[in-house]
Design a protein around this ligand. Structure first.
Ligand code: SF4
Length: 214
């Protein structure tokens, strides 16, 4: 196993030899047990605009190459309902802005070896944190009363929208993060370089051109 410096917060980089829980002979699909284990990759959308995921799709034909190398086990780009265990790399878009974001961030951390802040909202709060100068009540009143076309009512029960946290926070203020991808959004080239390293269990060392915000 390729252990790295604990100061970088990396405990267990991907082990491409270990069989994943719940897979292998006897689970129905009967995959080839002699085949090397492919990195299990997830992407998660918290308090963001989905622009980082759109930039992921901008990798275009490189997505085909990537698809041959990984198992995409959870993503808003795939129809998977439950974040699975034993994930090697998870890219997290968006700030932690509501209680569902916070719960998801903790699940992702528990079930992922490497967690990556994917874009400036996850890294700094960025656009999502622009609401931090207002209280949640002020924001809800603005959205559901002042800007309402009809039925100007603030939802009294958080049955359909998640309860806002007092402020939107960058991901690393809530859970430990192993790497950061700057940019609003990160470019497709930057994502490609980073993901190529991450699925090999390496923290990406990106050129200076990618070490900027915005
Ligand atoms: S970093 Fe930019 S593109 Fe990504 S979620 Fe935030 S606002 Fe959208």
């Amino acid at each position: 196993m390729n252990h790295r410096d604990a100061d970088h917060g990396i405990q267990h980089p991907p082990s491409h030899e270990a069989p994943a829980e719940g897979r292998g002979p006897g689970t129905g699909a009967e995959p080839d047990s002699t085949a090397p284990r492919r990195p299990r990759v997830a992407t998660v959308w918290l308090g963001g605009c989905s622009g980082c995921h759109m930039s992921f799709l901008d990798m275009d034909e490189r997505l085909i190459e990537l698809a041959a190398k990984i198992d995409l086990v959870y993503s808003p780009l795939a129809d998977v309902k439950v974040f699975p265990p034993d994930v090697d790399v998870t890219l997290v878009e968006g700030a932690v802005s509501n209680v569902e974001n916070e719960e998801m961030a903790r699940i992702v951390r528990r079930r992922s070896r490497l967690v990556v802040s994917f874009g400036d909202c996850a890294t700094t709060g960025n656009v999502t944190a622009m609401r931090n100068r207002f209280s949640p009540d002020e924001i809800l009143h603005r959205a559901y009363v002042e800007l309402a076309d009809g039925d100007a009512t603030v939802p009294s029960e958080f049955a359909t929208i998640a309860k806002l946290l007092p402020t939107a926070r960058p991901l690393h203020e809530v859970v430990r993060v192993d790497a950061f991808l700057h940019g609003c959004p990160p470019t497709a080239d930057e994502i490609w370089l980073a993901v190529s390293a991450l699925i090999e269990g390496r923290i990406p060392e990106l050129p200076n051109v990618y070490q900027r915000y915005g």
